[in-house]
Design a protein. Structure first.
Length: 201
């Protein structure tokens, strides 16, 4: 089994890369997706968040208001630490469960937004960084996600710098071109990863 850590800043196109690797046969463990699952209504995770941040972070239907919670924690490093302390262990447990269920010869891709920030590179056989210039990421956040510029800049600033990410990369996927360009890049990377799990001789 090959354990691959996939990371990239917000707006880098990491999810596009993740989807394309899954389509080629990778077992994708998506930390963001799991992070949403562990705070769904009725979960211990959501109860702990409400206890820490108050009922104001819930929508009227009882689901987590991620935007409101984001506005609170991204403006305050201590509160972000509290939130991460609740969510990260639960994401870790679920990720390990998915890994145990994967075939022995699988390429398991962990889609981890904060891989650089949390010094997790050593956990993986290979680290892939989706690298996109900050201005391109900013433009995508404004155009594709409808974020306000100040919010988008704050989110980018709260994450690791490009240099910090590139320092831990075994493979870099540049993503400032078209989706066709990205497809071609992912094809090359998939061949590389597949070759690493195939028995030699």
């Amino acid at each position: 089994m090959l354990k691959v850590g996939l990371t990239g800043g917000i707006g880098s196109g990491k999810s596009e890369v993740s989807r394309r690797l899954a389509a080629r046969g990778a077992v994708v463990v998506d930390a963001d997706k799991i992070a949403r699952e562990v705070v769904e209504p009725g979960t211990p995770g959501l109860a702990e968040i409400v206890e820490a941040f108050g009922e104001g972070v819930l929508r009227p239907d009882g689901t987590l208001d991620r935007e409101r919670l984001g506005a609170i924690v991204f403006a305050d490093a201590e509160k972000l630490k509290v939130l991460n302390g609740i969510v990260h262990p639960k994401v870790g447990e679920r990720s390990e469960q998915l890994q145990r269920e994967a075939p022995d010869d699988a390429v398991v891709v962990y889609d981890v937004p904060l891989l650089a920030e949390n010094n997790l590179a050593a956990r993986y056989d290979v680290v892939i960084v989706v690298d996109t210039p900050d201005e391109v990421r900013l433009e995508r956040l404004l155009r594709l996600r409808g974020m306000r510029e100040a919010d988008a800049r704050a989110r980018i600033a709260a994450q690791a710098s490009r240099e910090e990410r590139l320092r831990i990369a075994d493979i870099v996927i540049g993503n400032e071109g078209s989706l066709d360009d990205l497809d071609a890049e992912v094809d090359k990377v998939w061949q590389d990863l597949s070759a690493r799990v195939l028995p030699t001789g």
